[in-house]
Design a protein around this ligand. Structure first.
Ligand code: PLP
Ligand code: COI
Length: 350
């Protein structure tokens, strides 16, 4: 099915100018867990949820989510990027939060169904926008003693999005945060809603001070780089090695894992996934944020309590290695560059 056919007619949205916000689409997927099993599930139209006032999610924040995107390729197909890794990470999140695991195949089918049913909202190739998918799971039955719920809902909705940072591809300015987003031995490595609640005060504070994002340091010693509230870091050394921080309390970003593969196998660069001392940051040539929402957003400046670290790549554009990584990654997502086996899942629109 090609664009222009009736079924692929697109919604009248100003794709090039949408930001990273919620635009309600037509169909969402819902399945409920009760008496120890998931029901059949399916697409519904109602975007609202009616819940017990005492639902586990409302009292003790028992919820986890995922984020991935659907892309229109250069040849007009609709694809998702490595959704199997989102399914696996959701399983890890569910286990850590004492929620039931949704089988991988169910997760993948739910994503396919939501994308296909909302295909008119998948932004056209080259528009700069994508269809963001938000799978999430939460405890639904009343829970008042501190314990896991025994009934759950898993949902997936879709919303078209543009760039995560208002600057688009322009370098952002980051603040070294005085707050922590995760505890040692806590939940930083899973996509628990509670991690994001933890980061809200920190991001509001950073924005009020004129920064785009926070750099969180390791909560135990505050000497090592962790991540931001919604993306991992990548750094490029002066001799073009790609360095990404390793820690048990950061989210294992699928974008970061993909960038490391692309750097090594497509661009022939050296890659290091290791602890990164904050003291090293001043010596890097380029820095960026990476994630589904952030894609690869270059960092121009990092400010540590008034002390500025200005990356040599400057405040105007991406550094050259960051740009190559960006072009290769997005080229794969858009079907312009051949993907490694299993990275691209094509969605059939009926
Ligand atoms: N780190 C955090 C805290 C995130 O919320 C995200 C977004 O999902 C990422 C990193 C990037 O992960 P991914 O590349 O899998 O989207
Ligand atoms: C994503 O990149 O999918 C995320 O979940 C980040 C989110 C904070 C918008």
């Amino acid at each position: 099915m090609k664009q222009g056919d009736t079924k692929m007619a697109k919604k009248d949205i100003d794709w090039a100018n949408i930001g990273f916000g919620y635009i309600q689409t037509e169909k969402r997927y819902v399945t409920n867990f009760k008496n120890g099993e998931w029901d059949k599930g399916g697409l519904i139209e109602d975007p609202n949820i009616v819940l017990s006032e005492c639902a586990g999610v409302l009292q003790y924040a028992q919820t986890a989510f995922e984020g991935l995107k659907a892309y229109t390729t250069v040849d007009g197909r609709i694809v998702t990027f490595r959704p199997d890794l989102n399914a696996e990470r959701m399983m890890d999140s569910a286990k850590r939060l004492e929620m039931p695991v949704l089988p991988k195949e169910r997760f993948l089918e739910a994503i396919d169904e939501v994308v296909a049913a909302n295909n008119e909202y998948v932004p056209p190739y080259g528009s700069g926008a994508t269809l963001y998918l938000r799978p999430y799971m939460f405890g639904t039955n009343p829970v008042i003693g501190v314990k896991p719920a025994n009934e759950y809902q898993f949902r997936v909705f879709a919303t078209p999005v543009g760039p995560y940072f208002k600057e688009g591809a322009k370098p952002v300015t980051i603040k070294v945060s005085d707050f922590d987003r995760a505890a040692p031995h806590g939940t930083g490595h899973i996509k628990a809603g509670l991690n994001y609640a933890m980061s809200l005060h920190a991001i509001v504070t950073a924005h009020a001070e004129g920064f785009d994002e926070n750099m969180y340091l390791d909560p135990a010693t505050r000497t090592k780089v962790e991540e931001t509230g919604g993306a991992n870091f990548i750094f490029i050394t002066k001799d073009n090695t790609v360095v990404t921080p390793k820690s048990d309390s950061i989210l294992p970003s699928i974008t970061r894992r993909s960038i490391m593969y692309v750097a090594e196998h497509y661009l022939g660069l050296k890659v290091e996934h290791r602890e990164v001392e904050f003291a090293e940051v001043k010596d890097f040539a380029e820095a960026g944020l990476c994630g589904t929402a952030a894609v690869i957003s270059p960092i121009g400046k990092i400010v540590d309590h008034g002390k500025e670290i200005c990356l040599p790549s400057g405040m105007e554009e991406m550094g050259p290695i960051t740009k190559k990584l960006y072009e290769t990654l997005t080229g794969i997502q858009q079907g312009k560059i051949e993907a490694p086996e299993g990275w691209i899942r094509e969605i059939k629109v009926k």
